[in-house]
Design a protein around this ligand. Structure first.
Ligand SMILES: NC(=O)c1ccc[n+]([C@@H]2O[C@H](COP(=O)([O-])OP(=O)(O)OC[C@H]3O[C@@H](n4cnc5c(N)ncnc54)[C@H](OP(=O)(O)O)[C@@H]3O)[C@@H](O)[C@H]2O)c1
Length: 314
């Protein structure tokens, strides 16, 4: 199969398409023929060894000291079941499925082997590109919105509202009946409004930390805020979530400040795909790029100006 390998940490060009042995299913696993896979901030962090502040050595210990331990990156994907491992009864060859590989990566390839419980059926009305696009940011946004118990009528501030996590967070908060303020640059203000934000703050013109408004929930997907600068923006009983937080944020997170790693629950995947199918959620797909041009996808992610999501297609 063709796959993108990253054999050393470095710039987008270190991601090369090569021929490797086909993925084969272990016990309880499914091999999926990938139709689309997202290229995410998570993949780019590993490829470029661009880990959050204070986590550089811990991350290298976990993910590879000199080079990524998993040469084939890629987490969120969608495709068609190609082969079943021993004991898998939930799926059949030919089923359309979407899923995530988590820290095992491997989705930037023609075939990926993944535990059956990491897959959900893809609704026929949802494209593989849309499904792959939405899972990374959507699962992260759902995880943290669920963790804070977002309720209708609450006010939510999303910093980084036009990114993968932010664009899902704005929409999911709007769907939950919350009033959303999105922080983005002027060029994405129209998009963020269309996704459901009542108000948009242009960070190039306004200092987020100096806003007069107070919020029940703040999701910072950029790293603009810290516990110290974000807390004053909270209403009584509110919660600040530092999604892009580094080690210092993790250590200072307690009470009304949360950080952590988002889970990837199958019920959340089903919910996101059902919302896509119902046209309630827009996958905000900036571009679909051939797998062979993955370096270009990484350049977009590395720019930190990506609009929503970028997917590659084998
Ligand atoms: N904790 C977890 O489990 C978890 C899970 C997933 C992701 N993450 C982290 O979350 C972060 C966001 O990921 P992502 O995939 O959403 O990123 P992304 O899609 O690459 O974000 C790009 C967006 O950020 C916006 N942006 C850049 N600077 C900004 C600023 N100062 N204020 C407001 N918006 C700004 C850009 O808008 P403009 O072009 O308009 O500037 C662009 O649309 C990453 O650091 C990622 O590692 C954490």
């Amino acid at each position: 199969m063709r796959a993108v390998v990253v054999e050393r940490y470095g710039p987008p060009e270190v991601a090369r398409v090569v021929e490797v042995a086909d993925a084969s299913p272990g016990k309880g696993e499914v091999v999926v023929r990938v139709r689309a896979a997202a290229v995410t901030a998570g993949d780019a962090r590993v490829r470029g060894a661009a880990f959050p502040a204070g986590m550089r050595w811990g991350a290298r210990l976990a993910l590879g000291i000199r080079k990524p331990r998993r040469a084939i990156l890629g987490m969120s994907f969608s495709g068609v079941v190609d082969a079943l491992g021993e004991g898998v009864t939930a799926f059949a060859v030919g089923d359309e499925v979407s899923g995530t590989t988590g820290a095992r990566f491997g989705a930037h390839a023609e075939l990926v082997a993944v535990a059956a419980e990491r897959l959900v059926p893809k609704p026929a009305g949802v494209s593989h590109e849309a499904a792959a696009a939405v899972l990374f940011g959507g699962l992260t946004a759902l995880h943290f919105l669920d963790a804070v118990g977002l309720a209708a009528g609450r006010s939510v501030l999303v910093v980084g509202a036009s990114g993968a996590v932010g664009s899902s967070a704005v929409q999911l908060a709007r769907i939950a009946g919350a009033r959303v303020t999105g922080v983005t640059s002027g060029r994405n203000a129209g998009l963020v409004r269309a996704l459901g934000a009542e108000r948009v703050v242009d960070y190039e013109r306004e200092d987020v930390t100096a806003l007069d408004d107070r919020f029940d929930v703040i999701l910072d997907t950029v790293g603009t805020l810290s516990a110290r600068t974000g807390r004053p923006l909270l209403r009584e009983g509110g919660t600040l979530v530092l999604i892009a937080g580094g080690l210092r944020d993790m250590l200072s997170a307690r009470g009304d400040v949360k950080t952590g790693v988002a889970g990837e629950k199958p019920e959340h995947m089903r919910r996101l795909l059902a919302l896509l199918d119902a046209r309630e959620l827009d996958p905000v797909l900036q571009e679909t790029i051939p797998l062979a041009e993955i370096a270009r996808a990484y350049e977009i992610v590395d720019s930190h100006r990506k609009i929503g999501n970028v997917v590659v297609v084998p």
